[in-house]
Design a protein around this ligand. Structure first.
Ligand code: SF4
Length: 285
């Protein structure tokens, strides 16, 4: 092995990453996509002529900003909302029968926890934390403006699995004065995630976590991170064999996969969650 290659490999091995849902999803879809996005930091643009995707993304972002203001206690008059769709979603939320927990409201709250040599990051649309019968609880609310999905599908989604695991492993830090054997952790049974869909405002998908689910979930997350470490150590990022994935990928030209063709534009849902968190990615010692 050349000195240059050896140095490159040892640098890759030492590299500490900030891993979020989009990054885990990218890695599981295609190791090369993960490398181009998370290590080479190539931007992930929406196709310039895809006006519908751009509008969906803009409306989704506007709605999330409105909800953040609302839960910060700021007044949000409907007349101040210029976009009819966004205004209708907000009205639907206010008229919905969604039951909110009593507790401390933390809109747009971020949580990071260590996993191996890396950090896992989640950003919750709204986190409500409190105590019930003397025991702490945490409830995540996630606002969705795209097509509603079944609870069974959502349970398998990496957003669900990562968010619940983050709180189970690190949510205890939200109670700085709490005494327990592991002050960073939170009982999985005390954690709930609610997806609220503007398209189905009176049918929230409520997902309760459990110790058994967390044991499986956390083991799988650790295994994926170990796989990422293996790829970092070898600096080996193969292209996926599934050409169907390339149809949704902005990096076709880097891989010579233009023959895969282009699929329909990404939904506003994916755009909502796909924040450019690589901008915040540290190179930890
Ligand atoms: S075009 Fe295909 S092979 Fe290349 S990064 Fe995207 S998904 Fe992976």
């Amino acid at each position: 092995m050349s000195l240059l290659a050896s140095t490159k490999n040892s640098n890759s091995l030492r590299k500490s990453l900030l891993l979020s849902r989009p990054k885990l999803a990218a890695f599981l879809t295609c190791a090369r996509r993960f490398q181009l996005r998370s290590l080479a930091h190539l931007p992930w643009p929406i196709a310039p002529d895809d006006s519908q995707a751009t509008e969906n993304m803009t409306q989704g972002q506007q709605f999330h900003l409105l909800m953040e203001r609302h839960f910060l206690g700021l007044d949000v008059p409907l007349s101040s909302i210029g976009d009819t769709a966004v205004s209708n979603w907000f009205q639907a939320f206010k008229n919905s029968n969604l039951v909110m927990e009593n507790g401390r409201f933390l809109p747009e709250h971020r949580l990071t926890i260590p996993v191996g040599n890396h950090l896992l990051l989640g950003r919750f649309d709204l986190l409500v934390v409190g105590e019930q019968d003397g025991a702490p609880f945490a409830h995540i609310y996630d606002w969705k403006t795209g097509k509603a999905r079944d609870e069974s599908v959502l349970r398998q989604d990496w957003q669900t699995r990562l968010y619940l695991a983050l709180l189970a492993e690190g949510g205890g830090a939200l109670w700085p004065t709490r005494h327990s054997t592991n002050p960073r952790s939170l009982q999985p049974e005390a954690i709930t995630l609610t997806y609220w869909y503007a398209a189905e405002p009176d049918a929230p998908r409520i997902i309760q976590y459990s110790q058994a689910q967390h044991a499986r979930n956390w083991a799988e997350i650790q295994a994926i991170v170990a796989q990422i470490d293996d790829h970092l150590a070898q600096d080996h990022w193969p292209l996926t064999d599934e050409w169907a994935h390339c149809r949704n990928c902005a990096y076709q030209v880097y891989c010579g996969r233009q023959e895969a063709g282009l699929a329909r534009s990404q939904s506003s849902e994916e755009a909502d969650e796909d924040e450019p968190d690589w901008l915040l990615e540290p190179n930890l010692p």
